[in-house]
Design a protein around this ligand. Structure first.
Ligand SMILES: Cc1cc2nc3c(=O)[nH]c(=O)nc-3n(C[C@H](O)[C@H](O)[C@H](O)COP(=O)(O)OP(=O)(O)OC[C@H]3O[C@@H](n4cnc5c(N)ncnc54)[C@H](O)[C@@H]3O)c2cc1C
Length: 309
C-alpha cells in the first residue's frame, strides 16, 4: 500500500514543484542524489572510480513537455560525455526517453524527437568509446524503447543498450530478443506501478523471474548489468558463477548511489565489476519518491537524519 502511495506521489505536479524548490527538499534528497550540478556529479564519479567502482551518470529529469527543455537536458548529457572523455572517467550515461521529448506532440512527433536527440548522444558516446543506457519507464514505453534501442544499435553497435524489468510477463521474451541482437541489457525488478494483467503482483514471483533471467544473461556472450541490491539474489549469482566457472568480469553488478555501499565495496573486493548509478540535478523529485516507494522505512531514516544535522 505504501509503495502505491509513494509511486502515486511521484507524479504529483504541485508537490513536485514545491519540493524541488525547497531547501529542505534538496537536503533530504541528498541521501540518494549526488548533488545539483554537473561538477558535483563528476566529483562523486571520481571518488567512486578511485574505489574501483564504475559509474553511470543520470542527469535527472523525466516527463518533459517542451522542446527547449528536452534540448537543454540533452546539452547536459553532451557535457557529461565531454567530461568522461577529457577526465578519463570510468563512466557512461543513463537517460530517460521522456526527458528528451518522447511525450511532446503526437504519437509520431514525440518518439521522432526523442530518437533524434538520443541518437546524437549515442553518436557522441560511440565517438569517445562510451555508452548510453536508455532507462526503462512505465509499460506504455516498453515497446517503443526497445524498438528505438534496436534501431540505434544497428547504427552504433555496442554504444547503446536498455533496461528490462523482471516484474513484466513479457520480459523473458524481451531478454531473448535483445540478446540475439547482441544488445546490452540492464536487468532490474521494476520501479513503476503496473496492472496485474501484465506484471507479477507478488514480490516472490518477481524475484524468481529475476533469478531465472539473470542466469540467461550471465551465460550469454553479451555483457549485461545485474541491477539489484537484493543480497539473496547477489548470493545466488555468486554461487551460480562459481558452479558454472563464469568469469566474474563477464557481467557487472549495478546499484544505486547511496544504497548498500557496503555491498558495493564487498563485491569489488571479491573481484566483481560494480557500476553505481549516479543521479544528480534539480529535477530529483520523481526519482526520490520511487526510492521511498521501494523501502518506505527510508522515510523514518531520513526524518531521523534531518533533525540530527
Ligand atoms: C542501477 C539501477 C538502475 C535501475 N534502473 C531502473 C530502470 O531503468 N527502470 C526501472 O523501472 N527501475 C530501475 N531500477 C530500480 C529497480 O527496478 C528497483 O526498483 C530497485 O532496484 C529496488 O529493487 P532491488 O532489486 O534492489 O530489490 P528489493 O527487493 O526492492 O530490495 C532488496 C534490498 O535492497 C535494499 N534496497 C532496495 N531499494 C532500496 C532503497 N530505495 N533504499 C534503501 N535500500 C533499498 C534493501 O536492503 C532491500 O531489502 C534500477 C535499479 C538499479 C540498481
Amino acid at each position: 500500500m505504501l509503495r502505491s502511495f509513494f509511486i502515486g506521489l511521484s507524479t504529483n505536479k504541485a508537490f513536485r514543484a514545491f519540493s524541488e524548490r525547497s531547501a529542505a527538499g534538496r537536503k533530504v534528497s541528498s541521501r540518494f542524489v549526488a548533488g545539483m550540478s554537473v561538477a558535483q556529479a563528476i566529483d562523486a564519479t571520481v571518488q567512486l572510480n578511485a574505489e574501483g567502482i564504475d559509474v553511470s551518470l543520470d542527469s535527472l529529469g523525466e516527463s518533459v513537455l517542451d522542446v527547449a527543455h528536452a534540448e537543454a537536458s540533452a546539452a547536459i548529457y553532451h557535457q557529461l560525455l565531454d567530461a568522461i572523455e577529457t577526465r578519463k572517467l570510468r563512466a557512461n550515461v543513463s537517460v530517460k526517453l521522456t526527458q528528451v521529448g518522447m511525450d511532446i506532440g503526437g504519437p509520431t512527433e514525440g518518439p521522432a524527437l526523442a530518437e533524434r536527440i538520443v541518437g546524437q548522444m549515442v553518436a557522441h558516446a560511440a565517438h569517445i568509446g562510451s555508452f548510453v543506457r536508455i532507462d526503462m519507464e512505465g509499460s506504455e514505453y516498453t515497446e517503443p524503447t526497445l524498438q528505438l534501442t534496436e534501431r540505434l544499435h544497428q547504427q552504433y553497435p555496442g554504444a547503446v543498450g536498455t533496461v528490462l524489468q523482471a516484474y513484466l510477463f513479457r520480459t523473458e521474451s524481451d531478454v531473448e530478443r535483445l540478446l540475439t541482437q547482441g544488445i546490452r541489457i540492464r536487468l532490474c525488478k521494476g520501479a513503476y506501478e503496473e496492472p496485474a494483467g501484465i506484471a507479477f503482483p507478488e514480490k516472490a514471483d518477481v524475484d524468481a523471474n529475476y533469478v531465472k533471467l539473470m542466469k540467461l544473461m550471465v551465460t550469454s556472450p553479451v555483457f549485461c548489468g545485474i541491477a539489484t541490491h537484493d543480497e539473496a539474489i547477489v548470493q545466488q549469482l555468486r554461487a551460480f558463477v562459481t558452479e558454472h566457472s563464469i568469469d566474474k568480469r563477464a557481467f557487472e553488478f549495478q546499484m544505486l548511489y547511496g544504497i548498500r555501499r557496503d555491498l558495493q565495496r564487498k563485491l569489488v573486493a571479491e573481484g566483481f565489476g560494480v557500476r553505481v548509478y549516479v543521479p544528480f540535478g534539480t529535477e530529483w523529485y520523481p526519482y526520490f519518491m520511487r526510492r521511498l516507494a521501494e523501502r518506505p522505512a527510508n522515510v523514518l531514516f531520513l526524518a531521523k537524519n534531518f533533525f540530527k544535522s
